[in-house]
Ligand binder design. Structure first.
Ligand code: HEC
Ligand code: HEC
Ligand code: HEC
Ligand code: HEC
Ligand code: HEC
Ligand code: HEC
Length: 274
């Protein structure tokens, strides 16, 4: 037998009642919850979740990451170091095993908007690995990537989280009022620019190259504003990389792709401006 992990004792004292002795989500209190305590040994789901996410859930409770309030906050009982020790213990239980080298980080984009429902890409695209195009199905066939309909959400959330997670409850309320969810638009070009998704997706340009590591974002945002570091680098006479959504950004990638991959990405004014 291996030496007991320092987090094991804390786990037994605070977590086992719900998550179970072996952390499979089957503790004595588990049956009382509509959203069951998570199987914390499920490496497929747990490994893509950054430490910062797990620490936040344990410290401030499920709602801090949009999860059910069935997961209580522990900040009054556990200090920061104890929580990190617990998270390290959970990592040691993962099947398939967690590789520390593969640790991801949460990507926080300054100025990301507040959305009407706390929909986390980190959970859907990161942990559950739902493919981008399952929800953004128009990307490969039209100009727009499109957002999923309420019906698409309800395909899973008729059951998942429906009774005990207030964020998921909101989806049902929009449905009852027959209103679409009023998502706040994030990536937006001026009207005089023509940007089609289809040729980019077909040419194998990954979503992440333009939108960043969305699967690690709690809230999607775009880092396209004024940047002090960019301006400083400019002053020093270096040429900083173009900010996303500017004309220089489009052109720079088109030039590079045409040179390195022999693509036919346009450089003529009229193709992007008509
Ligand atoms: C009162 C019951 C209860 C206790 C005690 C409890 N949990 Fe939870 N926990 C839950 C529930 C319910 C969920 C599922 C929330 C959801 O999926 O919406 C959860 C979810 C989690 C998650 C999120 C997993 C994921 O897949 O996103 C982590 C991490 C977690 N718990 C860790 C802990 C740790 C560590 C402790 C002990 C300090 C603990 N929990 C104690 C009920 C509990
Ligand atoms: C393919 C299935 C699937 C679809 C489609 C889906 N979800 Fe989820 N969603 C999940 C799963 C699984 C969880 C994790 C549940 C848990 O652990 O509590 C989740 C969690 C959530 C949560 C709580 C955690 C978070 O993300 O903040 C919200 C809110 C949510 N979904 C909203 C939505 C909305 C809005 C849509 C439609 C745009 C949607 N979901 C589409 C499967 C799905
Ligand atoms: C379960 C459904 C679902 C999945 C899977 C999903 N998304 Fe989303 N996506 C949404 C919803 C709902 C919104 C609107 C709310 C928001 O901005 O978070 C959104 C918003 C976005 C936006 C911002 C749109 C705007 O307003 O400019 C981008 C970019 C995006 N998603 C990219 C991705 C990428 C890349 C992936 C895969 C790594 C992905 N999405 C996976 C549902 C999903
Ligand atoms: C070459 C860069 C690029 C790639 C690749 C790309 N996008 Fe976009 N995306 C953009 C730009 C630019 C906008 C803003 C377009 C506008 O305002 O007309 C945008 C807008 C969006 C939007 C909101 C508006 C809409 O079209 O519905 C979503 C959602 C989105 N992208 C998702 C995705 C997903 C998912 C993928 C991968 C399948 C992807 N994008 C690939 C650049 C890109
Ligand atoms: C990350 C690289 C990348 C970025 C950024 C990018 N593109 Fe492209 N673009 C491509 C590639 C690759 C193609 C496909 C060339 C091909 O099919 O041979 C393409 C093709 C196009 C086309 C041609 C469509 C057609 O029907 O042939 C248009 C228009 C276009 N891009 C506009 C834009 C605009 C506008 C932006 C900035 C808002 C942009 N692109 C940003 C890589 C990029
Ligand atoms: C690959 C796509 C692409 C091509 C090719 C392109 N543009 Fe643009 N252009 C953009 C985008 C995206 C913007 C909006 C973002 C910005 O202001 O940088 C823009 C903005 C502009 C603006 C407004 C700038 C401002 O500050 O308001 C002018 C003027 C312009 N383009 C002229 C041109 C001319 C002239 C050409 C040909 C020499 C050209 N564009 C080629 C994508 C393109």
């Amino acid at each position: 037998m291996a030496v007991a992990h320092p987090g094991e004792k804390l786990y037994r004292q605070y977590c086992a009642v719900c998550h179970g002795d072996t952390a499979k989500g089957d503790g004595p209190s588990a049956a009382a919850f509509a959203t069951k305590p998570a199987d914390l040994t499920n490496g497929t789901l747990m490994n893509p979740l950054p430490n910062e996410f797990l620490v936040n859930v344990v410290r401030h409770g499920g709602p801090a990451e949009g999860l059910s309030p069935g997961m209580p906050p522990f900040d009054r009982y556990l200090g920061g170091q104890q929580i990190r020790t617990l998270v390290a213990y959970l990592r040691s239980l993962a099947q398939p095993a967690y590789r520390p080298g593969s640790a991801t980080t949460v990507v926080t984009v300054r100025g990301a908007p507040r959305q009407p429902v706390f929909f986390s890409h980190l959970i859907h695209a990161g942990s559950f690995r739902i493919p981008c195009q399952y929800c953004h199905a128009d990307a490969r066939r039209s100009e727009y990537a499109g957002l999923p309909s309420l019906e698409r959400c309800l395909g899973c959330h008729k059951i998942i989280g429906a009774t005990d997670n207030p964020e998921i409850g909101k989806i049902h309320q929009y449905r009852q009022r027959a209103e679409p969810i009023p998502w706040v638009r994030v990536f937006k070009l001026p009207e005089y620019v023509h940007f089609p998704h289809k040729p980019h997706v077909r040419a194998g340009v990954e979503c992440q190259r333009c939108h960043g590591a969305v699967e690690r974002m709690r809230v999607v945002g775009v880092d396209d504003g004024w940047s002090l570091s960019n301006d400083l680098v400019n002053l020093l006479g270096l040429r900083p990389r173009h900010r996303p959504l500017t004309m220089g950004w489009c052109i720079e990638c088109h030039r590079t792709e045409n040179r390195t991959r022999q693509t036919q990405a346009p450089l003529e004014c009229v193709i992007c401006h008509h």
